[in-house]
Design a protein around this ligand. Structure first.
Ligand SMILES: C[S@@+](CC[C@H](N)C(=O)[O-])C[C@H]1O[C@@H](n2cnc3c(N)ncnc32)[C@H](O)[C@@H]1O
Length: 178
């Protein structure tokens, strides 16, 4: 699987650099605003969010990724209150419910034909008063409609953040359940 060899080669080390810091900062700001006690990060990679977030008001954090190389890298870091599991989002149904579910640069890897089904599975694990946090690189064509036009979701926040180093930008949204 390509992500395993990419993590082995260090292709994703760049996510820890300054260029992408703004999107993690925005997610961190949402976490401070919504104060979740339980967090699930889907497509968590090697745990860059854990490394970068300053929000500490949670009791549990589950990171999920289908690249077991990245999951093993995350496990080795010993991030506080965090566990990591290997699952493919295509056939993943959360076993527990969470106050915050994060899709940080992961949703666009799901094929268009699978997005509604996968998102519904994900939302089955969101508490009624929970928050879904989404980050998508640049315009996110054919992605945002799954959140913005979803009758099951209400947009609580939407932000565009610009890289401090170049003209890259990301859009981020936070959604509650209707
Ligand atoms: C661009 S990286 C983002 C990593 C991390 N969320 C971050 O922003 O630091 C995308 C991640 O999504 C994961 N991913 C892609 N498709 C996936 C799937 N179907 N199931 C689980 N993880 C997936 C990849 O393995 C990779 O770690």
């Amino acid at each position: 699987m390509k992500f395993n060899s990419q993590y082995r080669r260090g292709k994703w080390d760049k996510l820890g650099g300054e260029k992408e810091s703004v999107r993690y900062e925005q997610i961190d700001a949402y976490l401070h605003r919504f104060k979740p006690a339980s967090i699930m990060d889907l497509g968590c990679g090697d745990g860059v969010l854990n490394r970068r977030m300053t929000y500490d008001g949670f009791d549990s954090f589950l990171g999920v990724d289908y690249a077991e190389v990245s999951v093993n890298m995350a496990k080795k870091q010993g991030y506080p209150k965090a566990t990591f599991e290997t699952h493919d989002l295509l056939d993943f149904t959360p076993k527990d419910n969470y106050d915050a579910i994060i899709l940080n640069e992961a949703f666009y890897y799901i094929h268009d034909s699978e997005r509604t089904r996968v998102l519904n599975n994900i939302l089955s694990g969101l508490n009624d008063n929970g928050i879904l946090i989404v980050s998508i690189f640049r315009e996110g064509a054919t992605c945002w409609e799954y959140f913005k036009e979803n009758p099951k979701l209400k947009e609580e926040a939407f932000d565009v953040v610009h890289s401090k180093l170049d003209d890259t930008y990301w859009k981020l949204g936070a959604y509650s359940k209707t």
